[in-house]
Write a protein that binds this ligand. Structure first.
Ligand SMILES: *Cc1c(COP(=O)(O)O)cnc(C)c1O
Length: 386
């Protein structure tokens, strides 16, 4: 049995690559799969994930802000990077020097960009029903007539679907119709509407670029069964103590669990400090080797208690590994058990536990595979770093 010193969040980069290729298969050749690696790649590690995806042939990345974009550049990523949000006017020089693509989210952004002496590429976000960022379609025609796009037209028009995880929701078609109307004003620009769940809405939703985050990380937002995505994360924690307690003994804060027999309890070194949702008290099964053990009582800050009574004695060992995420129980299942959102669970675990990338060492300078290549594009190239 392996001895592990602390809770660890393991990320399988080969599975991320697999999911990237799968997204390609679904979207088809006409659609470029862009990787959304914002928020530290949903907690999985910005540069490690981008490196793996670049290796798999991805040449277009979306990040949340300039900090993330610059991290990728200084790590040597040579692909196109689009920055979802930032002060595109004030930071104009930074965008240019690091060769970053801005997203224009507002009229102010647009006017600032149009004023620039040297035109720079940008993506234009149009609001079709999400009500977050983006220019309202109503004003677009007037803006166009004012000549603001003359010197510097957008290279891509994009919008974001609110309800794509439900294929039956009529909002999808409504947003798509508005999006197409807006994109018609810019026939030269490429078009992007869908995120992960949009992959399963059919070709009519794929357009030129699909912006894929969750699906790369194995999160099945659209609840497609059987799940075609590979689970990307494992969560292991050490069994730090074992104690035998009698029948009818209270366990943990609030005494939310009472033993129903003489019970062998295991104290595991993971709590909500490590990103394990407090809400999954009494609702999870963990694995010790091939044996199943239920979580009993509340999750505390540093520790979780499990019932080891049915685990054979030889498999209970202090320092041994307890698996909270395993083959048929991934982040989606953990999130569902806790009644919370999968992306939130991934981000919290990734931010709070030490991360590990087992069995995988992608060399910088690796040649990109042929997957996802379009036209004469040389694909993504990661420069060698010392
Ligand atoms: C986060 C985000 C995405 C990716 O969404 P997933 O559902 O995780 O694939 C795409 N587009 C925008 C604008 C986003 O904010």
């Amino acid at each position: 049995m392996s001895i592990i010193p602390s809770a660890v969040f393991q990320v399988d980069l080969a599975a991320v690559e697999f999911n990237y290729r799968h997204a390609h298969t679904i979207a088809g050749k006409a659609t470029e799969i862009a990787a959304v690696v914002k928020s530290d790649a949903y907690g999985l590690g910005l540069t490690s994930v981008a490196k793996a995806l670049s290796h798999a042939g991805c040449n277009l990345f979306f990040v949340a802000n300039l900090d993330e974009a610059l991290s990728l550049r200084s790590a040597g990523l040579n692909a196109r990077i689009v920055v979802f949000s930032g002060d595109v006017v004030k930071s104009r020089d930074v965008y240019r020097e690091a060769n970053l693509v801005a997203v224009v989210n507002s009229r102010e952004d647009l006017v600032g960009i149009a004023d620039a002496t040297a035109p720079a590429p940008y993506f234009l976000n149009v609001e079709t029903g999400f009500s977050r960022f983006g220019l309202n379609i109503d004003g677009l025609q007037d803006l166009k007539a004012s000549g603001v796009f003359q010197n510097n037209p957008p290279s891509c028009i994009f919008s974001h679907l609110a309800c794509s995880d439900n294929a039956h929701d009529l909002t999808n078609k409504q947003q798509r119709d508005r999006f197409i109307a807006a994109a018609k004003m810019f026939p030269e620009a490429s078009r992007s509407l869908s995120a992960s769940a949009g992959l399963w809405l059919g070709r009519a939703y794929h357009f030129d670029i699909a912006r894929i985050g969750s699906a790369l990380y194995g999160l099945n937002n659209a609840r497609i069964y059987p799940n075609p995505l590979r689970s990307v994360a494992r969560l292991r924690a050490p069994l730090v103590d074992i104690r035998n307690v009698p029948h009818r003994q209270a366990v943990g804060y609030g005494a939310t669990f009472r033993t129903r027999r003489d019970t062998c309890l295991g104290i595991v070194g993971i709590g909500y400090k490590h990103g394990l949702p407090w809400a999954c008290a009494n609702k999870l099964n963990v694995k010790i080797g091939q044996y199943i053990a239920p979580v009993v009582g509340r999750i505390s800050m540093e520790y979780t208690t499990v019932d080891l009574t049915d685990v054979p004695e030889f498999a209970r060992e202090r320092g041994g590994a307890v698996d909270f995420l395993y083959d048929d129980f991934g982040i989606d299942e953990l999130a569902a058990a806790a009644g919370v959102n999968s992306q939130e669970v991934a981000i919290r675990l990734g931010a709070s536990c030490p991360r590990d990338y087992p069995e995988r060492a992608i060399e910088w300078g690796a040649v990109a595979s042929m997957v996802g290549r379009r036209g004469s594009d040389t694909g993504s190239v990661i420069e060698k770093v010392a």
